[in-house]
Design a protein around this ligand. Structure first.
Ligand code: ATP
Ligand code: MG
Length: 543
């Protein structure tokens, strides 16, 4: 792993003997699918521990019984596995509820925690603001005995939600709002997926999290930058509850990607309002969405590692990810010819009953991928954009009337005439071919104007091509509700053709020549081929 400030801290802690082993954890809340921002946290935790022969625990943060769902847990486990990591063990925040409770009782006994009767609204008001100091609750000085009794009663279910909370006694005048007597337990009268109806009270994140880390002997508790302001409380909890180990919280910058929003709430809103098909819609920045779109785990890992870890949040253009995908697949996947906007070409001097088959390398840069057959007949399709009747300028490298191009792997063709529809759009090009110019024949008497791909109308397969763009419309005001910021053109489907060799049952990823990298969709089958564009070759990122 590339050097970064966290790795340096770990090296120092091992060298000084503070720790003998590095133990990290990834602590998602199982309330949604993971997105590529989480990949930064996953890769960082697993790779750092791996660097030092350490361990990484997957811990589901399930302290709030209302939010967890089994399908999200399964998805998170699968995503981590897909990225190539195996947790040392899988734990749950709720595994530690007993200890959390005992240590809270300990805080009460030391005079460091009290039961408060203020309502949520009152508590907010008493808390003060950044400019204004907080006010102490009238219940702050209850006796230890009374606090113990009330906390026990909260636990037994004597009070309703919102009636009482347990707070720690720190400093209502602290400049850090998180230190103004934060609540550490609240009443929630819902059964918990793991502990059933054992508890009527549940610990809050800022109290439970450091204790979970401590109980698992986590040495370095890595989290994103928004937790900086919570670190003093994290340390306070560890110092005052004296758990079995002393973890250290370290923050790193969040990953953001242009044109999308890496937030579970946003992604959930898109799914719930049916603006996208599901969490694995190829437009989604979820790991399942990126996978369906065709991104590989290697490209995501490389992306995360190369964009580095820093103490500031970063926003990275999406095409940086594209770059890593192309690097990964360039030599690995077969290349095929496809036509997304078909324009018919008739070869007038070619026998209409004849078909020829040629051997063509699967990947021109990697002979190891072998050959496939491509075919040629008198009726072909080329891309609409590869023909224009009148050549616009000398840089034009495609087909125009009176000029010749090479069809990849086949012959030179020359455009002699074209037919138009009633709207003046070209619908057919009439060409002649030169039999002496077959690819590989060594013909070098003339240079064609350019080289374009084609498919043979007699053998090609129909296919739907899905092209994707940013989820968020960058021209729209950021303050508008999400629905209005959604890019309605984020998915475009085209009906075209792919060459005969394309096999939707075995080809998961392909480069469509002169076009981009594509991935066979999960729903694609021989009689209904659906291919998702992962990355366009045209908008590639230049390292
Ligand atoms: P969201 O903000 O999308 O709702 P979250 O932070 O609430 O996500 P958690 O399940 O709490 O989601 O996240 C688990 C871990 O992933 C946390 O340690 C969090 O810091 C980290 N994480 C989440 N999003 C990002 C991101 N964009 N970049 C880096 N780390 C992230
Ligand atoms: Mg969170």
């Amino acid at each position: 792993m590339i050097s970064n400030f966290i790795k340096t801290i770990m090296e120092e802690d091992l060298a000084s003997g503070k720790h003998k082993e590095i133990i990290t954890r990834f602590p998602p809340e199982p309330n949604a699918f993971l997105h590529i921002g989480h990949a930064r946290a996953i890769v960082t935790n697993f790779e750092l521990a791996k660097c030092f022969g350490g361990k990484t625990i997957l811990r589901f943060d399930d302290t709030n019984p209302a939010k967890e769902e089994k399908r999200f847990m399964d998805a998170i486990i699968n995503d981590i596995k897909w990225l190539g990591y195996e947790p040392y063990k899988i734990t749950f925040g709720s595994d530690y509820f007993d200890t959390d409770y005992e240590l809270a009782v300990g805080l009460i006994k030391s005079g460091l925690a009290y039961v408060d009767d203020l309502t949520k609204e009152e508590m907010k008001e008493y808390r003060g603001t950044l400019e204004e100091k907080g006010k102490e609750s009238p219940y702050r000085n209850r006796s230890i005995e009374e606090n113990l009794k009330l906390f026990e009663e909260m636990k037994e279910g004597k009070y309703e939600e919102g009636e009482k909370t347990l707070r720690v006694k720190i400093d209502m005048a602290s400049s850090n709002l998180n230190m103004r007597d934060p609540a550490i337990y609240r009443i929630i009268k819902k059964p918990h997926p793991h502990t059933g109806d054992k508890w009527n009270i549940y610990p809050l994140y800022d109290y439970a999290h450091p204790l979970q880390d401590a109980m698992e002997y986590i040495t370095h508790s890595l989290c994103s930058l928004e937790y900086v302001e919570h670190r003093p409380l994290y340390d306070w909890v560890i110092e005052n509850t004296h758990p079995i180990s002393t973890p250290r919280q370290i923050e790193f910058g969040r990953l953001n990607i242009e044109g999308t929003i890496l937030s579970k709430r946003f992604l959930k809103e898109l799914v719930d309002s049916k603006l996208v098909d599901d969490y694995d819609d190829p437009r989604m920045p979820t790991l399942v969405g990126l996978k369906r779109r065709g991104f590989t785990k290697e490209s995501i890992r490389e992306f995360v590692l190369s964009t580095g870890l820093s103490r500031i949040n970063s926003e990275i253009p999406f095409n940086v990810l594209d770059h890593f995908l192309m690097e990964d697949l360039k030599l690995k996947v077969p290349r095929r010819m496809a036509v997304l906007n078909p324009l018919k070409v008739i070869i007038t001097n070619y026998d209409e009953n004849k078909i020829e088959h040629f051997d063509f390398l699967n990947n021109l840069e990697n002979e190891e991928l072998g050959y496939r057959k491509i075919s040629f007949s008198n009726t072909l399709y080329i891309e609409k954009e590869d023909f224009t009747p009148v050549k616009p300028n000398n840089k034009y490298k495609r087909l125009s009337l009176g000029a010749e191009v090479r069809l990849m792997g086949a012959y030179f063709i020359k455009a002699n005439d074209c037919k138009y529809d009633e709207n003046g759009e070209v619908i057919e090009v009439l060409c002649t071919y030169d039999p002496n110019t077959l690819s590989g024949s060594g013909f070098n008497e003339r240079k064609p104007q350019g080289t374009i791909q084609y498919v043979d109308a007699k053998t090609c397969k129909k296919a739907t091509f899905n092209l994707f763009d940013s989820l968020i419309d960058s021209n729209v005001d950021e303050d508008l509700p999400l629905k209005d910021r959604f890019n309605k053109n984020s998915k475009v489907s085209l009906e075209g053709f792919v060459e005969e060799a394309y096999d939707p049952t075995s080809e998961s990823k392909t480069q469509l020549m002169r076009n981009g990298y594509y991935s066979n969709d999960y729903d694609s089958k021989e009689d209904n081929i659906i291919i998702n564009r992962t990355v366009s070759l045209k908008q590639s990122f230049n390292k």
